[in-house]
Design a protein around this ligand. Structure first.
Ligand code: BDR
Ligand code: CA
Length: 328
């Protein structure tokens, strides 16, 4: 089976952590590097969380981790800690061992010497046409890499981005998805880059749901370190969702971006010309796709492949099978 070499740019974030676990448990991809960006939490916390996750999955070899942007290109950072918890991982500090010690001790933080955009540029230019960059946070690092070294970045095989809301409503405002809303200038720059981009928007990610029942069953019947982590990281989130929506279930936003690389047939892509609203008004971060029924020559050529359909049942089954199989 051919293995796709990937770099994951991330802001963990509970669903980011689930995406990383899925990637490490999937033989179809090899994680060459992880880069961090401010988004759900500060970049320092995101970097700590990646290192903690690497301890949990105990991956060998350990990919390099590079710290990235501390704030969006032009705006102040607004984190999502109300949703992801103070630590971004569902407040793991609540969990103790039987001996009363922290179940999740401080991780070792051996970081790459270069900042995230430099590591992304280096790895892509060293393997022309081979690396898929999966971005599951705000696009600040990617925009900086493109601005710094456009010719090197043109050697990327594909960029897969979790973000945007095409026909679906937003999740941070009525029209905007969190990653786009956090750094719309970066998203605009990336979308205008001419690079081969697949967008995985809320239209598909909100259809792939992880439920508390599924995780409780895994903990009871499978057990193991990774399953316990998934349980602990999602437990607070399920309570929030239960209060908010009446259902203890959460969308697997970021894991689906990994899924689109593991098995491209899980999603159906459609080409669209997509722009991002950068104004500071109520449409900030809105992704506007030209879906008009017109001859192609009358419109801007498509700049993105957008995932508009997903085989949700098959993806959730793959996700569950992977998180409890090889790493427990
Ligand atoms: C995206 O926003 C973040 O909170 C999640 O980690 C995901 O990347 C979903 O809108
Ligand atoms: Ca994320």
């Amino acid at each position: 089976m051919p293995t796709t070499r990937v770099i994951i740019d991330t802001d963990p974030g509970i669903d980011d952590a689930l995406a990383l676990i899925l990637a490490f448990a999937s033989p179809e991809v090899s994680v060459e590097a992880i880069t961090t960006v401010a988004g759900n939490v500060s970049v320092s916390q995101a970097t700590r969380n990646v290192c903690l996750l690497l301890d949990v999955v105990d991956s060998h070899p350990r990919p390099p981790v590079a710290k990235g942007a501390a704030r969006p290109l032009t705006r102040p950072l607004r984190t999502a800690q109300r949703y992801h918890g103070e630590d971004g991982l569902g407040e793991l500090f609540r969990f103790k061992t039987e001996a009363g010690e922290s179940r999740y001790p401080d991780p070792r933080q051996h970081l790459a010497p270069q900042p995230a955009p430099a590591l992304i540029i280096e790895q892509i230019s060293a393997a022309p046409g081979e690396i898929v960059l999966i971005c599951i946070g705000p696009l600040t690092n990617l925009a900086t890499a493109i601005q710094t070294a456009p010719a090197e970045m043109a050697k990327v095989k594909e960029i897969v981005i979790m973000g945007g809301a095409i026909q679906a409503p937003g999740n941070v405002t009525p029209v905007a998805e969190f990653n786009m809303h956090t750094d719309p200038e970066a998203a605009g720059l990336v979308f205008a880059s001419g690079l081969p981009i697949t967008l995985v928007p809320l239209d598909v990610t909100q259809r792939v749901l992880l439920t508390a029942e599924l995780i409780d069953a895994l903990v009871r019947h499978v057990g193991g370190r990774v399953t316990q982590f998934v349980h602990d990281a999602t437990e607070r989130l399920f309570r929030i969702e239960q209060d908010r929506t009446g259902r203890a279930a959460t969308p697997l936003h970021d894991p689906l971006a990994i899924g689109a690389v593991i098995d491209p047939s899980l999603v159906t892509r459609r080409p669209f010309y997509v722009q991002v609203e950068t104004g500071a008004g109520p449409a900030q971060g809105m992704t506007i796709a030209d879906r008009r029924q017109m001859l192609e020559k009358e419109k801007q050529p498509p700049n993105l492949q957008v995932c508009m359909e997903v085989d949700a049942g098959r993806f959730v089954a793959i996700f569950l099978e992977r998180i409890c199989r090889p790493l427990t």
